[in-house]
Design a protein around this ligand. Sequence first.
Ligand SMILES: [Zn+2]
Length: 136
Amino acid sequence: MANDKTFEVALTKCYFCSEDADIVINRRLTKKAAKQVAEMHGKVISREPCSKCKKYMEQGVIVITFDDSKTPPNPESTDDLYRDGGFYVLKDEAIERLADWPEFNEKAKSALLKALEDRVIFLPGEFFRKLIEKED
Ligand SMILES: [Zn+2]
């Protein structure tokens, strides 16, 4: 059955926290525009942080953890990571402290320092939880 609606409302998801992000409506009242909006419902449509994540990013760096064993080898982007649901916010000082650890190679260090600019970093969950245990 054809959907003849010319107006739709969608609620998008935040790329970072996966929670509800923005309400989208179509301004052009055409079937095509309405369909496009309907398709956005429940989906991540941008890398723009939601208002909550924006606040977290002001306070620190968001750490999103993933399951290494379920993630394909050499993932092309953070989209390919199999997230394990871990979501943390670390103060900049904590990230800097981690980057100073002699256990880390240069690649890991530069990733941590880049996270200070990006305000977000994706880390393997098991690894990260070991790290924060050590921090205590
Ligand atoms: Zn968010």
